[in-house]
Design a protein around this ligand. Structure first.
Ligand code: IVH
Length: 670
């Protein structure tokens, strides 16, 4: 290896870790993400070339195949839990107990930190390197979640910097997820028809306890380190000393850590945290108070499972009691139907709450929520309020159940619910709640490809009432456009011409353009191969679709639902009358098809190839294969061009066969 490469690698690792620390721990990045990615790719390239990989390299955070189960790990020192205090007086009593135990009236120095609502974690470093990470488990034995914990960017893989590095050290802290991330995650899950996490703690725990670390890596977890277990080769004098060392060694520490002399100062600090609580980016359910001096801590010792030297002051829960006056079904932009409770307004934690999502009908039934019920509502931090439970003792007998929807409350089309999914969806093509999103997709490049009709223009037409239905697109007059902002003679004519031009299309494109749930470009192509024309799909039975290779139950149900909605079929007739012509050059009459050399093979294309990617996708499909977006164990081949990045890495770790462009050409030549 050239010494210049070695030097550059070391320089890059140090530089990248520095940026990562600024971004993930200090929250003050100094370079743009794209710049970081560029340096990262350069490092990957050099590591691949030389095989020289530092343990602290940021490339070493992801990329192991999923586990079958977690191994067990014994904690060298048990991980304890905390006693709780629910009032300021109980905090004072804690101070009294300590003084009594020590037989001294001298003021004690305490530390105060927020209590993070997440999952306790132990990080074990050996000779400065992260050796393993484990959950608390029963306090004596936890689960080995090292691979998942390595994906958390705020956690150093090695202890470096100017800090003195102990021979062995077990650090403790809380893995958590910021409220904003938690909400994003739940939104995505609801969109995908998955059950939402009830609170940030469940989200953090669920994300850490994933057998596939790639899932954890996608979750944006964070950590705050607040304690130490076994340690060799160093001695900490106090909690404050530990915090200082952690800070120097670039570990994330609890926000707003403070020392306080005497219990009254402690109470002033916890009051301050409490007033700032709703502005914190994470969920804090209390404050943890610890005796600062470690010698005193040892003297105080442990009573069964909790130390005598610490206590958790719990903030009053953000809960309130109110009555559900009504439940409505709300239809989202993607067609997902969500039940929403309309409540008698109630103030919780300084905010008036009058609506709460009930998530889905499974949840309503599980909690047995009825219209007229008295319920306990919780609003944790900035988290959207939710119903904790029903006070069934308050029932009068006049409460009403809210049935599952059979038709869409907005457009009256029927609703579908798939196997294994909790969400109901409206299948109406012209459903007002969805039509805007649908038309944006319909006009887009891979779909009907209507030039000059991007998102902005669709929104403009929609908000001015020019298009309420798909068919309205073909009824627009130039004069109408001229009345809108952004449109002049030429641009109006361009749009009219583009709409006209797009009228002649293929069945495959048209089917994709309809935005039927689960029907992507590939599925649309497959359908076009097997169905002669659009009418051939009317009232189609799911079984007939499932005869097509690679078409599963979900997809078949979704297509069948869509083509049995009468309103949708009427829309097709209207489109035909307006001049939309759907041809099907892809149709393969039964018996005519020859077996392709790539039948059943899936490909992922990555990096830069000598020709546009679409060309390779077409070649793959022509030979019976299929190109997909992300690498998994099931991927047959990865076709890797120049400067291939994370997908190539993933393929390598999963043992997926990698083809260069020339190898690929060779394969299809055979
Ligand atoms: S100290 C022996 N500090 O709360 C002391 N714990 O209810 C052990 N927690 O198991 C914990 N924030 O998971 C400590 N700043 C903090 C904390 C904290 C959250 C968790 C931790 C612990 C649980 C006890």
């Amino acid at each position: 290896m050239q010494s210049s490469d070695k030097k550059e690698i070391e320089q890059l690792v140090s530089e990248l870790n520095d940026h990562s620390y600024r971004y993930h721990v200090l929250d003050t990045p100094v370079i743009a993400d794209a710049e970081y990615d560029k340096l990262f790719r350069r490092l990957q390239e050099l590591e691949a070339k030389t095989g020289y990989i530092l343990p602290s390299s940021p490339t070493q955070r992801v990329g192991a195949p999923p586990l079958e189960k977690f191994d067990k790990v014994r904690h060298v020192e048990p991980m304890l839990s905390l006693d709780n205090a629910f009032s300021h007086d109980e905090v004072r009593e804690f101070d009294q107990r300590i003084k009594k135990f020590l037989k001294s009236d001298a003021e004690i120095e305490y530390t105060v930190e927020p209590k993070y609502d997440g999952l306790a974690m132990e990080l074990s470093y050996r000779k400065g390197k992260l050796h393993h990470a484990s959950t608390r488990g029963d306090g004596v034995e936890g689960e080995d979640v090292t691979r998942n914990i390595r994906t958390i960017k705020a956690i150093p893989l090695t202890i470096e910097n100017d800090a003195s590095v102990p021979e062995e050290i077990d650090l403790r802290g809380e893995v958590y997820i910021d409220i904003e991330e938690f909400e994003n995650l739940n939104r995505e899950r609801e969109k995908a028809g998955e059950a939402a996490f009830a609170n940030p703690r469940n989200a953090a725990a669920g994300s850490v306890r994933q057998l596939d670390s790639a899932i954890t890596a996608g979750r944006k977890l964070h950590m705050a380190c607040y304690g130490v277990g076994a340690v060799k080769g160093m001695e900490f004098k106090s909690q404050k000393h530990l915090m200082e060392w952690l800070g120097q060694a670039r570990f994330p520490v609890p926000l707003g850590f403070k020392t306080a002399k005497g219990i009254e100062q402690v109470i002033a600090v916890i009051q301050k945290i409490e007033t700032e609580r709703s502005r914190l980016p994470f969920e804090a359910d209390g404050a943890v108070i610890k005796v600062n001096d470690f010698a005193l801590q040892r003297q105080l010792g442990i009573k069964t499972r909790e130390p005598r030297w610490a206590i958790a002051y719990k903030f009053p829960a953000h809960q309130g009691v109110t009555v559900i006056e009504d439940i409505i079904a709300s239809v989202g932009r993607t067609g997902a139907i969500t039940p929403v409770a309309i409540m008698k307004p109630v103030r919780i934690g300084g905010v008036t709450v009058s609506r709460s999502t009930l998530h889905n009908w499974d949840e309503i039934e599980r909690k047995d929520i009825r219209i007229g019920d008295t319920v306990i509502i919780e609003r944790a931090g900035d988290v959207i309020p939710h119903v904790v439970s029903v006070m069934t003792d308050n029932r009068s007998g006049s409460e009403r159940r809210f049935p599952r929807p059979s038709t869409c409350p907005v457009c009256g089309s029927h609703v579908a619910r798939e196997e294994g999914e909790v969400a109901f969806r409206c299948v109406g093509l012209n459903c007002e709640a969805q039509v805007l999103e649908k038309i944006i997709h319909y006009a887009s490049r891979g779909a009907m490809d209507i030039e000059h009709l991007g998102e902005k223009n669709v929104e403009l037409l929609y908000s001015n009432g020019l298009v309420k239905h798909f068919s309205d697109l073909y009824r627009i007059k130039k004069e109408q456009l001229l009345g809108l902002p952004r449109f002049a003679e030429k641009s109006a004519q361009n749009l009219i011409d583009a709409v006209e031009k797009s009228k002649r299309t293929t069945l495959a494109r048209f089917l994709f353009a309809l935005g039927i749930l689960h029907v992507g470009e590939f599925a649309a192509k497959q359908l076009a191969k097997h169905f002669k024309d659009l009418q051939d799909l009317y009232q189609v039975a799911p079984e007939r679709i499932m005869e097509i290779k690679q078409m599963g139950e979900k997809l078949a149900a979704s297509i069948s639902e869509f083509f049995s909605e009468k309103g949708n079929l009427l829309t097709f007739e209207a489109l035909g009358e307006l001049g939309v012509i759907v041809e099907n050059p892809d149709y393969e009459a039964p018996g005519a098809k020859q077996a392709g050399i790539l039948d059943n093979k899936t490909f992922v294309i990555t990096g830069t190839l000598s020709q546009p990617r679409e060309l390779f996708e077409q070649l793959i499909e022509k030979h019976g294969g299929r190109a997909t977006g992300s690498v998994s164990k099931k991927t047959s081949y990865v076709l890797a061009g120049e400067e291939a990045g994370s997908k190539l890495e993933k393929a390598k770790t999963l043992g997926v066969k990698i083809l260069s462009e020339s190898e690929f050409m060779e394969l299809i030549k055979e």
